[in-house]
Design a protein around this ligand. Structure first.
Ligand code: HSE
Length: 417
């Protein structure tokens, strides 16, 4: 597959770099190499860190017969729509990350494309494979409800306000600095970006053809420290939610800030991360979590579309067409490294702790924290370790168990960091 990239900014550069860096694993999964051939940019004068020939006119890519797939990463609606139509007119396959384009023109594009594939995994929630989940993985279900945190910038602002007492304007500036915000921040804080994404999800889940003007969109601009104080007091977080909900023969689509109980999983989706809960009538609730924006995460989704298109004649069961990662082997259980919790019931006598510490030290295990709970004549030693080798822990446990002062078999539980 030979691709042309229209718009070689942050995401485009990541696409090129990842295609080059992960060439072998991508080729193994796609069944062929995916080669970035040409890029189109508005200004050739701008310094870019990308290893691909750049052109300033789209025709040089569209008219190149050796290029069979176009990746559209230019953003905006009208110009991108023209590029998409020209791509399909030239019978080239199209991959786009452009949620605004799809919010307005997805049905027209589907019509124009006919059998020509269009990939758009990167248009919603960056690196989270939510498009493929809805289109393929959850294909057996009637989708009852989707609730999503779909805009990283808003989530960053609300998280900072809730946990760090940072005011709205400072948090927005920080999000912009991190490179997650749209060119016009109103798209983020006004809920428009999230609405574009929700409309795409609603098409996959319900086949609903709605445009941004048709749905309820409220942004986060009215959220002040009063609402933050209320949320803290009553155990809520505040999130900008996109909700698509089916009730009988109606689908409700809305974007607005909402209080969510701290116990809910969506409540724990913090910072710039995105999270989406999808409820299907067969599967129940499923949760998707990950980076919703950023060059590499979005490029990961773009490339997943390229792989899917390359494979279109049928994907093998495990998803690769030739052996790959040939240097990989299964690590022996002994070599696993983890942090560990250890519990030993001991006689409460002089020198017991020293004996335990000696064994741990001889097995190259470093103690991280230690707690002693005293009983009548005995005590429990509860401790956590720094990273250690599984084989050393196993030896230490055996040796601890054999100590006369240790009264029962010591317990070990691994600590996941
Ligand atoms: N501005 C968007 C966000 C970028 O903050 O999530 C990804 O679409």
């Amino acid at each position: 597959m030979r691709i042309g990239i229209v718009g070689v900014g942050v995401v485009g550069s990541s696409v090129v770099r990842i295609l080059q860096q992960n060439k072998e694993v991508i080729a193994a999964r796609a069944g062929e190499e995916i080669i970035p051939v040409k890029g189109v940019v508005r200004s050739l004068g701008k310094q870019r860190n990308v290893d691909i020939s750049l052109y300033s006119d789209i025709e040089s890519v569209l008219n190149d017969d050796s290029i069979d797939t176009i990746v559209e990463l230019m953003g905006g609606v009208d110009e991108a729509f023209i590029v998409a139509k020209k791509t399909l007119g030239a019978k080239k396959r199209l991959v786009t990350a452009n949620k605004a384009l799809l919010a307005y023109h997805r049905y027209e594009l589907q019509e124009i494309a006919g059998e020509i594939p269009i990939g758009f995994e990167a248009s919603v929630a960056g690196g989270i494979p939510i498009i493929k989940a809805l289109r393929d993985g959850l294909g057996a279900n009637h989708i009852l409800e989707i609730s999503g945190i779909l805009n990283g910038t808003c989530n960053y602002i609300l998280t900072k306000m809730l946990y760090e007492n940072i005011d709205y304007a400072t948090a927005l500036q920080e999000a912009q600095h991190l490179g997650y915000a749209e060119a016009d921040p109103v798209f983020d804080v006004g809920g428009i970006d999230a609405a574009h994404k929700l409309l795409i999800l609603a098409s996959l889940a319900y086949g609903i053809d709605a445009k941004p003007d048709d749905i309820l969109i409220e942004g986060i601009t009215k959220i002040s420290n009063d609402e933050i104080a209320f949320a803290r007091e009553f155990g809520y977080s505040i999130k900008l939610l996109g909700i698509a909900k089916r009730q009988n023969n109606q689908v409700e689509l809305r974007i607005h800030p909402a209080f969510i109980k701290n116990a809910e999983m969506l409540s724990r989706v913090d910072g710039v991360m995105n999270g989406i809960s999808v409820v299907g009538d067969c599967v129940g609730e499923t949760m998707f979590y990950g980076a919703g924006a950023g060059g590499d995460a979005t490029a990961s989704a773009v490339i997943s579309d390229l792989i899917e298109i390359a494979r279109s004649k049928g994907a093998p069961m495990l998803g690769f067409k030739k052996p790959f990662e040939s240097g990989l082997y299964l690590r022996s259980q002994e070599e696993i490294q983890s942090r560990y919790y250890l519990k030993a019931e001991v006689a409460d006598k002089t020198g017991v702790l020293a004996q335990i510490a000696k064994i741990l030290s001889e097995e190259d295990i470093s103690i991280n924290s230690l707690l002693q709970q005293n009983g009548m004549n005995d005590a429990k030693i509860l401790l956590s370790t720094h990273y250690a080798l599984e084989k050393n822990i196993k030896c230490a446990l055996k040796r601890l168990g054999e100590l006369p002062v240790v009264l029962s078999e010591p317990l070990m539980i691994r600590i996941k960091d």
